[in-house]
Design a protein around this ligand. Structure first.
Ligand code: NAP
Ligand code: MG
Length: 502
């Protein structure tokens, strides 16, 4: 391990954190897995082991759920005022902000993303989310209703209980906070299962949660595998709600596992989001927009604009513009100052994305830029890739690739209905991008596209105030904004007779 560390340029705090064995946070204590097992964590830029982390399984899940239940039912967390909960979330935001450099570095090393991306996207968004939800803690409220007869009728919004949060590896810290912030704001307790590929920032977050003063058991953090720890959590009868982000395939398993105690479920799943460029679009904005939408975070974004439809008059110009942007993207390890795109997260993802590119070629697609083959000797680097000559029945057009691969198709007429039909020709409905200078076309398209978010003349604008979620097989429910409060609370109706004794 030391030889590996010596070869890196990690700063002291990140090196210290990564260099020592990491345990699970259960009931306020850092404990090894009940089985004593650990698993390896890899640096995808070099494809080598950098740390070992305790591997949670059924017994650890049981203990974590028990601790969360105890903290929810009788612990100090449930006795805290909303204002105190809000202040604690704010404090956690401050602690994260103060450690931006260290956390960004851990994220970059573990996930592969450039340090600059972690610094400008993952970290500030995590901090913002906590501050935004800190504000909601004191604003959860019921209403009163007028009904016939002599009654006082009102509603209360109450925390749903013990929340199991299962998250992916593409934005590890951000996804953890994305689940924790609203759950904690309304008074739930949480068992968080980190992604096996990227457990490090979530475990460091656990230390900051303790430093912020959250009572033991309020947040329990498990590292482990989906088929074991994840499945046990999803099926656990002591869990009241499951909040999941990941693939549509696993989302379906979660729904099945939740059936036994009918726990509430929210799902943020995959996408195959369309980008539509009309002939009248400002190409100086649209071309970088199309490129950012698919290449940001190496295409490992659920909202990635992975299907391009451009009017035939501008198709070649847009494709060439995106290809030229792709050629200029500098690939390298996330910690190198000049890297603009890092490796994919794992060897498995590298193979998956490579196989997709191969399948596209096999089915007759033209590789305009990029293609298979790593650019470096070590690590899981895939070149940003653009495919043309594709048709709507090809695998690369139908399935989520979750890598920097764009498929591009021209369209002829400005027939909004036909273009929208093509954009909607997918099982997914997470996001869409529309580029045009015609305001009516923009809003007509926004209406016709069946997706949770439509960006018009911009892309990938995310904010805690914006509802986020999917139509169709991209998910259930909405996260962020005031609507997320409903997802973590139960609504209670109270009807009291107003009859006096006389
Ligand atoms: P995934 O398999 O859906 O994993 C997401 C989370 O679910 C991980 O924590 C995973 O644990 C866990 N999990 C896996 N199987 C489970 C089960 N049977 N029961 C409960 N939890 C389970 O996604 P992935 O393997 O990371 O990536 C596969 C594909 O998912 C990607 O290529 C992409 O298509 C999609 N994806 C979407 C998003 C998004 O934001 N919408 C993010 C990441 C990935 P492990 O860590 O052990 O797998
Ligand atoms: Mg890793």
């Amino acid at each position: 391990m030391n030889t590996v560390l010596a070869e890196q340029t990690w700063t002291t705090s990140a090196k210290h954190f990564i260099g020592s064995r990491r345990n699970l946070l259960i009931g306020g204590e850092w404990v090894p897995a009940a089985s004593g097992k650990t698993f390896a964590v890899f640096d995808p830029a070099y494809g080598r082991e950098i740390a070992r982390v305790a591997e949670a399984d059924v017994e650890d899940v049981n203990r974590a759920v028990e601790a969360a239940r105890k903290a929810f039912e009788g612990g100090p967390w449930s006795r805290m005022t909303a204002s105190e909960r809000g202040r604690m979330l704010w404090k956690l935001a401050e602690l994260i902000e103060a450690r931006t450099d260290e956390l960004a570095e851990i994220e970059s090393i573990d996930n592969g993303k450039p340090l600059s991306v972690a610094r400008v996207a993952d970290l500030p968004l995590s901090v913002d989310l906590l501050r935004y939800h800190a504000g909601w803690a004191t604003k959860v409220r019921g209403t009163t209703m007028e009904i016939p007869g002599s009654y006082l009728a009102y509603t209360l919004r109450e925390p749903i209980g013990v929340v199991a949060a299962i998250i992916p590896w593409n934005f590890p810290l951000l996804m953890a906070v994305w689940k924790l912030a609203p759950a904690l704001a309304v008074g739930c307790t949480v068992v968080l299962k980190l992604a096996e590929q990227t457990p490090l920032s979530g475990l460091r977050l656990g230390e900051l949660i303790q430093e912020a003063g959250f009572p033991p058991g309020t947040v329990n953090i498990l590292a482990g595998f989906g088929e074991t720890a994840g499945a046990a959590l999803a099926a656990h009868n002591g869990v009241d709600k499951i909040a999941f982000t990941g693939s549509t395939e696993v989302g379906k398993l979660i729904v099945r596992a939740a059936a036994d105690n009918l726990k509430k479920v929210t799902l943020e799943l995959g996408g195959k989001s369309p980008t539509v460029v009309f002939a009248d679009a400002d190409l100086n904005a649209a071309i970088p927009g199309v490129s950012t939408s698919i290449f940001f975070n190496h295409g490992q974004c659920c909202v990635a604009g992975s299907r391009l439809y451009a009017h035939e008059k501008v198709f070649d110009q847009v494709v060439e513009g995106v290809a030229s942007a792709a050629r200029k993207i500098k690939l390298g390890p996330g910690l190198n100052a000049d890297s603009e795109m890092g490796p994919l997260v794992s060897q498995e993802q590298y193979k998956r994305v490579s196989d997709y590119i191969q399948s596209g070629s096999n089915e007759g697609a033209r590789v305009v830029v990029g293609g298979q083959g790593s650019v470096r000797e070590k690590g899981y680097f895939i070149r940003p890739t653009v495919l043309t000559n594709v048709s709507s029945d090809m695998t690369v057009v139908r399935e989520e690739i979750f890598g920097p691969v764009l498929v591009a198709t021209p369209f002829k007429d400005n027939d909004i209905e036909a273009i929208a039909r093509e954009a909607n020709d997918t099982i997914y409905g997470l996001a869409a991008n529309v580029w045009t200078s015609d305001i009516a076309v923009a809003h007509l398209m926004a209406k016709r596209i069946r997706a949770g978010t439509v960006w018009v003349n911009c892309t990938t604008v995310l904010d805690p105030a914006l509802p986020f979620g999917g139509y169709k097989q991209s998910g259930w429910g909405r996260e962020n904004s005031e609507f997320v409060i409903d997802e973590y609370t139960e609504l209670k109706t109270i009807v009291a007779a107003l009859k006096t004794k006389q």
